[in-house]
Every structure is written in C-alpha cells, then in structure tokens.
Ligand binder design. Structure first.
Ligand code: ADP
Length: 301
C-alpha cells in the first residue's frame, strides 16, 4: 500500500514509529505536512497539491493533526476522503473529538459513564452551577485547554466561585466537573484500534498534583483493565466514530468515567510503558480495513 502520514514533523516519535512499522510491513510510507498542502476543489476532480505536485494513488492516510490546526488539518483529511482515500480517522470524527463539550454530550447520550459535568459561558447562576456537580471540591476546565493547562481544582465553594467568576471575565467557555478524588491523581489511557483495546497504561501525577498529564511530570506504567473499563473505552471510541482513539478514564466510586477521547493519541508514552508495538497495530488495521471510499461515520451529532 501507499500510505501518507499527515504530520507537521517527521522527527516526532509517533511519526517515526509509523514510518518504521509501515516499511517493515512492505508499504510505501510518506510524510506530508498538511499545512503546506493546497487543495483544488473542482467538480469531479478534487485534488491536493504538495511541493508543486498532485498527491495521487494513495491507499490510506494516517492523520496526526495538531490540536491548534484542527480547522485546516481536517479540511485536508476531508479532501483525501472525497478523493476516495481511506483514513484511519474520518475528518468528521476528528472535528467532533476536538470539542470537549460535544464529546461529553455524545458520550452521555450513549449512556457512557462520565463525571457529573456542568457547562456554562456567562451564567449569573454560579451557585446553581456549583450545585449541579454536588458542590466543592470540584474541577473547573477551560474548554479550549490541552495538556492539563486550564484545569483547576477548587477545594472550597469560595475558591470555585472566584475561579468561575475569573474565567467568566475572560469570556471563556468552561466545564465544571465533579472532582473524582478517589482516582488519586491517576488516569487510565486506553488505546483503541478498530473496536479493540490494544494497550493500556496508568498515568500517575507527580506528588501533590491531581493532574496526571505526562507533560506535567506524570509517570506511566502498564496496567490490566477490568472488563468494565475495557468495554467503556471501546464504547466511547465507537460513540465518537473513531477507528483509532486514546480514551482517558478515571477510576471513580461509580465505576470508570470517561474524561476525554483523543483522535491523534501519542505513541511514545504508551509504547514505552506497555512495550506493545502500537504503530504496527495501526498499520495492521489499515492492511485489513483500508477499502477505497469506505465511510463508516453515521453519527448524527
Ligand atoms: P487536558 O485535556 O488539558 O489534559 P483533562 O480534562 O484531561 O485536560 O484533565 C487533565 C488531568 O486532570 C486528567 O488527566 C486527570 O488526571 C485530572 N482530572 C481532570 N478532570 C478530573 C476530575 N473531574 N476529577 C479528578 N481528576 C481530574
């Protein structure tokens, strides 16, 4: 097969591993910086031009779209789709997953376990919002944040009120969430490919830190999921229409709850913690499933 990896940087661990895994399996691998592509949106003959040449005859693409480049990145993925090229994740599913609130709404509709969550922009009813999630302590999140930035633990009602007022002054969209204290600063990253969990790790935040993000000094280790955790991760990826997903769970008193579903999950942390060849599993999935023009996204939201 001829496979394109849409990535801004060839030197990234995830990109390098995908090239390696593809070449080991005899495929022609090419890295395309999607920001440098331009598109010709002509009736009957849509095309993409990169380095002055049209991109032709690809069997599949693996999008690795940066969070801040979602708009243009998903437009390039969509252009490949209208040209009939199979993508590990469809453009619609990537866009959907990039909106935290939309994610939670879709997961809630499918009955998937979630932390109790409230959403607001400019509410006057701060008391009501805090009550919705059962009072302090609670977690407040900026909707646009990534890597744990803009995620605040408010221990008291007064602290919660001040932070909500401060964010409101910034004209930001916020989520207010029940604090899952019993998770003890750890979360589970489940790597789902084609409806199966292929690897799972537990990330533990640094001492005194409730956020487990590896970028914030968290440590990762391999973990065995319970059947309930496994099925929650699989259902979450399916609800979002993602063929490849990183599903983040917290272990709560009321069972596993989903915090986030990531459409371009990184490979470095999970491969190093679990010693699973996750890149190879993505390529194997393409080997079995990359049918030209195949669309499976039927999600209405
Ligand atoms: P980001 O997308 O910026 O990483 P997350 O929503 O994933 O933000 O939150 C970052 C980290 O904070 C999570 O990995 C988790 O460890 C912790 N966390 C987030 N929400 C909660 C919560 N409701 N209860 C307990 N811990 C949480």
């Amino acid at each position: 097969m001829k496979i394109a990896i849409l990535s801004q940087n060839e030197a990234l661990y995830s990109t390098r591993r995908l090239i390696e895994a593809g070449e080991e399996r005899g495929h022609e691998m090419r890295v395309i910086n999607y920001l440098r592509c331009y598109m010709n949106i002509t009736s009957h003959r849509p095309s993409i031009v990169y380095n002055d040449k049209p991109l032709e005859n690809f069997d599949a693409i693996i999008p690795r779209i940066g969070a801040s480049k979602t708009f243009y990145g998903t437009a390039v993925v969509r252009q490949f789709e209208v040209m009939g090229v199979f993508s590990t994740n469809e453009s619609q599913a990537i866009s959907r997953s990039r909106d935290k609130l939309r994610c939670l709404q879709i997961l809630a509709k499918d009955g998937i376990g979630l932390p109790v969550t409230g959403f607001a922009h400019d509410t006057q009813d701060i008391d009501g919002l805090i009550e919705t999630v059962g009072g302090a302590p609670l977690v407040i999140k900026l909707l646009e944040g990534t890597q744990g930035i803009g995620v605040v633990l408010a221990e008291t009602y007064q602290a919660a009120k001040s932070v909500i007022e401060a964010f409101r002054g910034l004209d930001a969209n916020i989520l207010v969430q029940e604090y899952i204290k019993e998770a003890k600063g750890a979360d589970l990253r489940c790597f789902v490919i084609g409806g199966k969990v292929v690897a799972a790790m537990k990330r533990q935040g640094a001492e005194g830190e409730f956020r487990s993000n590896l970028h914030r000094g968290g440590k990762a280790e391999k973990i065995k999921l319970t059947p309930e955790e496994r099925s929650t991760a699989i259902r979450a990826a399916k609800a979002m229409g993602l063929r490849v997903a990183g599903v983040d769970l917290l272990r709560s008193n009321h069972g596993p709850v989903v915090m986030e579903v990531n459409s371009s999950p990184g490979l470095e942390g999970i491969e190093k913690a679990t010693e699973v060849d996750v890149a190879g599993k993505i390529i194997d999935y393409l080997d079995k499933n990359a049918v030209p023009g195949k669309h499976s996204d039927r999600i209405k939201y």
